[in-house]
Design a protein around this ligand. Structure first.
Ligand SMILES: Nc1ncnc2c1ncn2[C@@H]1O[C@H](COP(=O)(O)OP(=O)(O)OP(=O)(O)O)[C@@H](O)[C@H]1O
Ligand SMILES: [Mg+2]
Length: 429
């Protein structure tokens, strides 16, 4: 009476291999995801497969007895059996697990007040549509992050050999509306992982925090939003050491494997360096305000416009340091989505009015971020910093000068008031 899980796995596996399309009869089903079509082998059909250079074949036998017993029969040449049977079945196990993981409905877990409840998490289906394609981000950085995630997934034995918990932690930091939360959703959708979104204001104390961690499952993203704000809150019920242990304590090794921890912050400037040290945070990702290249991605996504006669004008504003967040630009584009020209004009107006002030703030923030990052890099510890700010330091300086020129033109001030470079961060912008 037991379900044979191997039967299910073989079925999933066979549906995924290309040679199923060569079979004479297959059934077509819609899958769980939109536009997903699943192919299933019809009864008594044969499908060939190749494994380490050897051909095998499967037959989907269905007996017409009362039980309508379904059987998969695997045929392997006698001479190949010893060599491939076990590794081949292992390969089916792994592949079908991966496929199931990708197909499964992703859930969002939120923590509830835990006075009387033994289970502290409640779940809802996770339907956030954000993907890596919809996020406007430098493509190099995006690809680096994708391959970082992929190589993490393959590194189980490596982590275990090192005696480390199989987890990877990312810090997403940057101004509001730059895509941090959307990026977390894109990670979850990319990996097919559930998201555990911890609301720290609902956590009672340090031990409650530990219980929350213990009740998470493997293959999940564990998310703490706005950690900087929480750490500055003097009335918080969870202590700094509670947070540090949560991020990288003994408990982590006891918990389910294969987890991605994500923390978001607006600014990491005033955060205790212990929170940011490698191991607690493996990869720092900066989310800047919009630049011209991100703007073009947004214009393409929101308006379907790859190029436009107003683009040079928009670019000019970005070059002078003016900037808005992608969220602000996205809103303007949505509101004017029926007329790309109107949408672009509204972006130009917004950049003209409040944009330039924000841009200067952005530059100031990036400089301070650069200096705080340097101290960690100098420590020699291995930690990833996926941000283009360092590379763009010169560009920022040029932008700053452009901005100063723009401002001095506006206010008819002389260039003599330009502060010396040492004091660049507070140069009276
Ligand atoms: N880089 C981006 N690419 C595409 N869309 C973006 C980007 N940044 C923001 N958006 C859009 O702006 C909205 C707000 O973004 P999101 O909530 O991810 O920002 P955030 O950085 O988490 O902000 P906050 O710090 O205030 O929480 C979303 O609807 C998202 O679609
Ligand atoms: Mg957010």
């Amino acid at each position: 009476m037991q379900t044979n899980h191997l039967y299910r796995k073989v079925s999933i596996y066979l549906s995924s291999i290309a040679s199923i399309e060569d079979s004479d009869f297959i059934n077509l089903f819609t899958g769980k995801k939109t536009h997903d079509i699943v192919l299933h082998l019809d009864p008594n059909q044969v499908v060939d497969d190749y494994f380490i250079g050897t051909r095998v074949s499967w037959i989907n036998e269905e007996k017409n007895d009362t039980n309508r017993c379904r059987t998969f029969v695997l045929k392997i040449r006698r001479a190949d059996k010893r060599k491939i049977l076990r590794p081949y079945l292992q390969h089916i196990h792994i592949t079908s697990d991966e496929l199931e993981q990708k197909k499964k409905d992703v859930k969002l877990y939120i923590n509830i007040d835990s006075h009387e409840q033994s289970r502290q998490w409640r779940s809802v289906p996770f339907k956030h549509p954000s993907t890596f394609d919809t996020i406007a981000m430098e493509s190099d950085l995006k690809n680096k992050l994708k391959s970082d995630l992929e190589s993490f997934l393959k590194a189980k034995h490596y982590y275990h050999r090192l005696g480390r918990a199989w987890k990877r932690s990312y810090l997403l930091y940057g101004p509001s509306g730059t895509g941090k939360s959307s990026f977390v959703a894109a990670i979850a959708n990319f990996l097919g992982y559930d998201v555990y979104d911890i609301d720290l204001s609902r956590v009672l104390d340090d031990s409650d925090m530990k219980m929350l961690l213990l009740q998470t499952t493997s293959k999940s993203v564990i998310l703490i939003e706005d950690l900087d704000r929480f750490l500055m809150d003097k009335s918080a019920k969870v202590s700094l050491s509670g947070i540090l242990n949560f991020m990288d304590g003994v408990l982590n090794a006891c918990c389910a494997d294969e987890r991605i921890m994500v923390y978001t912050m607006n600014c990491k400037e005033h955060v205790d360096p212990a929170v940011l040290r490698p191991g607690r945070i493996d990869v720092h990702i900066h989310f800047p305000l919009c630049d011209f290249s991100a703007f073009k991605t947004l214009a393409n996504n929101y308006l379907g416009v790859k190029d436009h006669k107003l683009f040079p004008q928009v670019e000019e504003f970005f070059q002078t340091g003016a900037s808005l967040s992608p969220a602000e630009i996205g809103e303007l584009m949505i509101a004017n989505r029926n007329s790309p020209s109107r949408a672009l004009k509204s972006v130009i107006t917004a950049l003209q009015t409040d944009g330039d002030g924000r841009g200067s703030l952005n530059i100031r923030r990036q400089w301070t971020d650069n200096s705080s990052r340097k101290s960690t890099e100098d420590s020699g510890e291995q930690s990833g910093f996926f941000s283009k700010e360092g590379v763009n330091a010169m560009k920022d300086i040029r932008k700053l000068y452009g901005l100063l020129r723009l401002k001095s033109r506006k206010k008819s001030e002389s260039f003599d008031r330009t502060p010396d470079s040492k004091d660049g961060q507070s140069c009276g912008l």
